[in-house]
Design a protein around this ligand. Structure first.
Ligand code: NAD
Length: 294
């Protein structure tokens, strides 16, 4: 059994991104990622500050805009417009979820597609579905890289994605069944209305668990030798302490899997690394500077 080390793969990607930042800066382009937060959710605050630290680590300019969570929605839309118009900002990420008064779809639509480093703008979703992605969404892209790092080529294999969200399940399925490297799998998407989930996951050579349910995928649900990717991040109480677990019952599933991602240290760091990757991609395209992506 191989533990797929997301921290190590993400560190390699960050090192490659740092080289891209240097190349861009040598050509007079200072790549910058803007994060926008309109929420008082402590988890979102943590995610945003981690993304800002990541920028610093690779020598990229990070800009953060906090919008008061009591403010009218227009303040968020206006902030995004200002960042769209700012030539010195190359990537924009609005941390989700946003507060209730904001129309999430409108925010996603309002980000300039060329700066939409999350890949959630309808134009970018369309391009992904059409097999011509501008930015691959960070979590599924990171997972593709993790599979490659473990020498797991999805081509011709049975892949089962558990979850159909817009940020993980759907784009993951698109990448897995799409043409090209890291794709060409026969892909099934399971969700909350799937009957007999285990009959699907047991068939899979690759299981991607993204249901948001702690330790939901158990050993009896996976076949011997499967590759298991755990996207879940769930905070639970264990022995009176708060701890993070994934969507996979790691200890028992690792006995059967040929490769598995741990939580933490699997998919999470990859999501963050691919955001940096998308930002240097955006800067390179906006300024016509060639870079060698990692
Ligand atoms: P979501 O809540 O938007 O979607 C969950 C999906 O699971 C839904 O499509 C639903 O149909 C499906 N589901 C629910 N119950 C099910 C069941 N009984 N059987 C089969 N499918 C079922 O969640 P999300 O945003 O896709 O995130 C999923 C998990 O991944 C969460 O734990 C989240 O915190 C985590 N996450 C991690 C990263 C990372 O970088 N590691 C990134 C994004 C999300």
């Amino acid at each position: 059994m191989t533990d797929i080390d997301g921290n190590a793969v993400a560190a390699e990607i960050r090192a490659g991104v740092a080289d891209c930042v240097e190349t861009l800066q040598a050509e007079g382009v200072d790549p910058a990622l803007a994060t926008v937060l309109m929420s008082d959710d402590p988890a979102s605050e943590t995610y945003v500050s981690m993304k800002q630290n990541d920028c610093e680590e690779v020598g990229m300019r990070g800009i953060h805009v906090d919008v008061d969570d009591d403010a009218p929605a227009e303040e968020l839309y206006d902030t995004v417009e200002e960042l769209n118009a700012d030539d010195e900002v190359h990537g924009i990420l609005v941390q989700m979820p946003v507060v209730d008064q904001v129309d999430t779809r409108r925010v996603l639509r309002s980000v300039d597609p060329a700066k939409d480093v999350d890949g959630f703008h309808p134009e970018n979703v369309g391009r992904l579905v059409a097999g011509n992605p501008r930015f691959k969404p960070c979590t599924p892209h990171g997972i593709q890289r993790l599979l490659a790092s473990a020498d797991v080529d999805p081509e011709g294999k049975e892949a089962v994605v558990v979850g159909r969200s817009d940020i993980v399940g759907k784009p993951m399925a698109n990448l897995l069944f799409g043409r090209g490297e890291g794709g060409n799998a026969t892909t099934t998407v399971c969700h909350s209305r799937t009957e007999d989930l285990a009959s699907h996951t047991r068939r899979a050579d690759i299981v991607v668990a993204a249901a948001g349910i702690p330790e939901f995928i158990t050993a009896d649900m996976v076949s011997e030798g499967a590759t298991v990717i755990d996207v879940g991040i769930n905070r639970v109480e264990r022995d009176g302490e708060s701890t993070l677990v994934g969507d996979v019952a790691y200890d028992e599933v690792r006995e059967k899997a040929s490769a598995i991602t741990p939580v933490p240290g699997g998919v999470g760091p990859m999501t963050r690394a691919m955001l940096l990757y998308n930002t240097v991609t955006a800067a390179s395209e906006q300024h016509g500077v060639e870079i060698e992506l990692p």
